[in-house]
Design a protein around this ligand. Structure first.
Ligand SMILES: *[C@@H]1O[C@H](CO)[C@@H](O)[C@H](O)[C@H]1NC(C)=O
Ligand SMILES: [Fe+2]
Length: 436
């Protein structure tokens, strides 16, 4: 009898312990930068193919060839091997100290049908690639993860993103972690090609894109040459900030590392861009930039304050639904906030700087948790934003748990359009802010 009791107690204790172990997530160590040798076998073969939206019904195809004589031609069509259309684009290259880039091609194709698979080939030869255009209507799904890098964790994050049915990937800054080592831009391009050649990758710059050596090189030289975004198409004069529209969503990509004060070009452009948004056509308004404004992690605490003081009133007046940021290597989601506190007519801020770069996680949080912070966790992972219709969106965050994607946070977000926040009573106030 006594033995039985003892066994029962031991079993209960064992179960209790294993239950705690299972709920207490053990955070993974950073992984090293992958060893991806950069030696293109055939110099005229397209390398590092990635695509991005380029104005209504158009897509920009970007790729690199070692061979400088390869033309910037993309042939494409809706069945494999049958290229009924072709377009010619432009090419650029750059030198960085002793490094010479390959020929970087950017070719805009279109007009393209919505929600359609196209097969394409770059430079007149080489392998065939396949892309899918975005739908014209809801639902539309975005995959989101910043601070990607090129480690084993990056690979895991990319594998998980590949498993989800997304239309567009949004990257709020810090892509390759090349950090002045230019060949790492090439290996990053190769690493992401399987995903980035199939769905548009829309990116904005982080601090790791800024590779300035005073007197020798400009900041953002490599980033701008390789990751050309539709800034011209959206009336911006800089690749560091731009906007685009897809299926009822207006997305604004801002730059945390270029001027943002009231006298800056970025500020004037933002104001003009916001005033053009038609919420009947695009009920959802989403903004991305690198350095978060609402962050309760010790890492990069208050770094976004200056930009927030300058630009938050504009975003608030315009009724931005959602703000996505990176930089802090962790995940955090807030209530609707404005001016440092919760506000039902402000934006939901989400930090997803957890793509998996070699610097590892930002583990230390401020205590107590601020009233506006709803969920925070230092783990690698990615987010998925499914805009279901004009009023409802479903956000989920998927932690890289033992190489498995585990949905760890999820929430329905209702649009400000459906909330009454943008109704007539605020109209005069918003108009005065936008024009002042
Ligand atoms: C939008 O989607 C939500 C969630 O599926 C649903 O409850 C709601 O009725 C939909 N609204 C419209 C206008 O279709
Ligand atoms: Fe960063």
């Amino acid at each position: 009898m006594e033995t039985k009791k003892l066994i029962l107690v031991a079993l209960t204790v064992f179960l209790a312990i294993s239950a705690t172990v299972r709920t207490d997530y053990i955070r993974p160590q950073p992984r090293k930068t992958l060893n991806l040798p950069w030696n293109p076998k055939n110099p005229s073969q397209p390398q590092q193919v990635h695509i991005s939206l380029a104005g209504e019904k158009h897509m920009r195809i970007s790729w690199v060839t070692e061979d400088k004589s390869t033309l910037s031609i993309v042939e494409y069509g809706t069945s494999p091997g049958r290229y009924t259309f072709s377009a010619e684009g432009e090419a650029t290259s750059y030198s960085y100290l002793f490094y010479r880039s390959g020929k970087i091609h950017h070719t805009v194709i279109g007009p393209l049908e919505d929600d359609t698979v196209y097969f394409y080939r770059c430079g007149g030869k080489g392998p065939e690639f396949k892309l899918k255009t975005s739908p014209a209507q809801f639902p539309v799904t975005f995959a989101v993860a910043g601070d990607l890098g090129q480690t084993g964790w990056t690979k895991t994050t990319l594998d998980h993103i590949d498993q989800c049915k997304y239309n567009i990937y949004l990257l709020p800054g810090d892509l390759s972690y090349a950090d002045y080592m230019q060949h790492l831009w090439d290996t990053f391009g190769e690493l992401v090609q399987p995903l980035a050649s199939a769905r548009p990758w829309m990116v904005t710059e982080g601090n790791h894109e800024r590779e300035k050596i005073p007197l020798f090189t400009d900041a953002f030289q490599s980033y701008n040459a390789r990751w050309k975004m539709p800034f011209e198409e959206s009336g911006s004069n800089s690749n560091l900030y731009y906007s685009f529209e897809v299926a009822g969503v207006h997305v604004i990509m801002l730059g945390s590392y270029t001027d943002y004060d009231e006298l800056s070009d970025q500020y004037s452009w933002l104001k003009a861009d916001l005033s053009k948004v038609d919420r009947n056509k695009t009920p959802w308004l989403v903004v991305l930039f690198h350095v978060p404004w609402y962050n309760s992690n010790y890492a990069h605490q208050r770094e976004g304050d200056e930009m927030m003081v300058a630009m938050e009133p504009l975003l608030y007046a315009a009724g931005v639904d959602l703000v996505l940021a990176g930089h802090v290597h962790a995940y955090e989601r807030t209530k609707r906030v404005n001016n440092g506190k919760s506000d039902p007519c402000g934006s939901v801020h989400i930090t997803v700087g957890d793509g998996g770069n070699r610097e590892g996680l930002a583990q230390k949080y401020r205590h107590p948790q601020p009233e506006w912070s709803l969920f925070r966790e230092a783990s690698f992972g990615h987010g998925e934003l499914m805009i279901v219709n004009s009023t409802h969106a479903f956000w989920s965050w998927h932690r890289n748990d033992d190489d498995e994607p585990v949905r760890s946070d999820q929430v329905w977000i209702t649009s400000l359009v459906s909330s009454g926040c943008l109704a007539e009573k605020n109209y005069e106030y918003r108009k005065s802010l936008m024009s002042s």
